[in-house]
Design a protein around this ligand. Structure first.
Ligand code: TRP
Length: 328
């Protein structure tokens, strides 16, 4: 039996090449090694104010990107958090085991509270408890986490132990983090500002290559990308622009950096960018072909199937928890 892995992903519009290499492609790899559950966390999303239509659309889009990137519904469970009500139910029970002081000192809460002074709601504070519920419902062994989520995973471990201790029963499995080993160079930087991470909320769309950008537009974005002084195609701290473009080239063609530096020796920025823009537009054309094959209805069907499978597991756990707590 493969160990069970759970990963939650915020619904988001306009996923880009940085998300592809940082998350989507990784997920497709993980599903071969683990019994994987991928959950699109719309209940987490509403802790920040959302436009309902946009949220609905982004949730489905995100699911389609997972499918286009190779998540196989035969191997993995892919579903939307709000369609399995056990998540909210377990969250409530775990809320009663959580100190408010514990939540007030969470780094991400403090950060989000500072940025959303108008909307410091209870859900925002309880966000990590909902995340613990997500994980603990499924006897999850492994959770892939980046640095920003490790404090939240620690809370899930603490709450699992606290519950087990209080009720003197091993109800919850204690999850372990899988610290994401990044594919070298897979943290893509902004095309117009290679000192910062590629981001869809950057001021200009020239910052990122969206997975749904028309290939021609993407090629233009590459041609416009910020380069560095000098004229050598080489990686280095003083060459963040070229280093980033080389990373993209390398990831898309599975070629290592040294080989690329050699290939483009004495070729100049213009030539290099031209070849890279061809590589990028070819990739997008292929990707979008896969994406377009997944129509909204079939994606919705896959999600419904996923929810059904998830619910089978989660409802067992909730029945057990309610009995132990005295709710049933
Ligand atoms: N908080 C996570 C993030 O923003 C998303 C998430 C929700 C999650 N539930 C989870 C991640 C459970 C891992 C496991 O990235």
């Amino acid at each position: 039996m493969k160990p069970r892995l759970f990963s939650g992903i915020q619904p988001s519009g306009n996923l880009h090449l940085g998300n592809y290499f940082g998350m989507l492609k990784n997920a497709a790899k993980l599903q071969n090694k683990y019994q994987s559950i991928f959950c699109i966390v719309d209940l987490h999303a509403i802790t920040i104010k959302q436009d309902p239509e946009t949220l609905r659309k982004n949730t489905l889009q995100t699911a389609k990107h997972f499918l286009a990137s190779g998540i196989d519904p035969e191997k993995s469970i892919l579903f939307i958090q709000s369609s399995v009500s056990e998540h909210a139910e377990l969250c409530w029970i775990l809320n009663t085991l959580t100190k408010t002081a514990e939540m007030e000192r969470m780094t991400q809460f403090k950060d989000k509270a500072r940025k959303n002074k108008q909307n410091i709601n209870l859900g925002l504070m309880s966000y990590p408890v909902l995340m613990a519920a997500d994980i603990l419902l499924y006897d999850t062994a492994i959770v892939p986490v980046g640095q920003d989520q490790s404090q939240h995973l620690e809370l899930a471990r603490i709450l699992a132990k606290r519950f087990n201790k209080q009720y003197r029963k091993k109800v919850f499995t204690i999850p372990k983090p899988l610290i994401k080993k990044r594919i070298q160079g897979s943290r893509l930087m902004g095309l117009d500002d290679p000192t910062k991470k590629m981001s869809k909320s950057a001021p200009s769309p020239n910052n990122y290559i969206a997975l749904n950008d028309p290939p021609k537009l993407a090629a233009q974005k590459i041609m416009r990308a910020t380069t560095d002084s000098g004229d050598q195609i080489k990686t280095g701290q003083k060459k963040p622009g070229i280093t980033n473009l080389l990373s993209i080239y390398s990831l898309l063609t599975h070629t290592d950096g040294a080989t690329l530096e050699k290939k483009f020796q004495n070729k100049g920025y213009g030539q290099f960018k031209k070849e890279l823009s061809q590589v990028v537009s070819q990739f997008l054309a292929n990707y979008q072909k896969k994406f377009q094959k997944i129509d909204d209805n079939s994606a919705a069907q896959i999600l419904a199937q996923g929810a059904k499978k998830a619910k089978e597991i989660a409802s067992q756990k909730i029945i057990q928890v309610k009995k132990i707590v005295g709710l049933a």
